[in-house]
Design a protein around this ligand. Sequence first.
Ligand SMILES: Nc1nc2c(ncn2[C@@H]2O[C@H](COP(=O)(O)OP(=O)(O)O)[C@@H](O)[C@H]2O)c(=O)[nH]1
Ligand SMILES: [Mg+2]
Length: 203
Amino acid sequence: MASAIKYYNVLVLGSFAVGKTSIESWLANDRDRNKRPDVNLFNRDYYDVRVDLCTGEKIIVRLWDTIELEKDNNLPTSYIRNRDGFILVWDIKRGSTLKELIELYKVTLTFYGDEHMPAYVIFANKAEMEMRQNSEEYESCQNWSLKHNINCYKTSTTTGANLEEGLDRLVEMMTMKEPVVRRKKQSVDIDLTEVRTQSKCCN
Ligand SMILES: Nc1nc2c(ncn2[C@@H]2O[C@H](COP(=O)(O)OP(=O)(O)O)[C@@H](O)[C@H]2O)c(=O)[nH]1
Ligand SMILES: [Mg+2]
């Protein structure tokens, strides 16, 4: 008998307009298009992404959208509880969204104990717009993420940079198994800040 497919619940968290819904939609639908998703076309509570693991298992990563409740600082605690992982998103052009993100991260911690810590990755989004004057904020993001042992990726839903790599890393942490490399990577000139760790089960 085929075993039931396992769902992993992930909240995509960050300030308003940092690109959360675009990221969810890109990961769920849009891998081959070199075009930013039109968020006005999407109005969903969550976006499902199927991931094949190197063990042959298939899982669904359910990316929950905050449906703009973050706009009024009005996110119900039910959004934060019982998550397997968080994608923490800030806008590389707006340093204030990094500070807000760190505060949101602290809020998430209050809902978890050591026995069930969710996995985290950080997306410094809109990376294709990065200018030299933004590098200071990015550096402080790197320092902060190193201290908290969280992988940080420069992402863009315009170019597709590092979105899959970041999701793969989150999956690896949630499942302790490496996802199968699903598609050919796009050639982008934005570097990963963290090199992917070696496979735990596919080598
Ligand atoms: N330049 C650029 N704009 C982006 C990127 N990702 C999202 N956006 C734009 O940022 C705006 C807010 O995006 P949205 O996904 O609605 O943000 P949310 O409020 O965090 O869900 C929209 O106009 C998107 O088209 C990106 O990587 N680069
Ligand atoms: Mg949104």
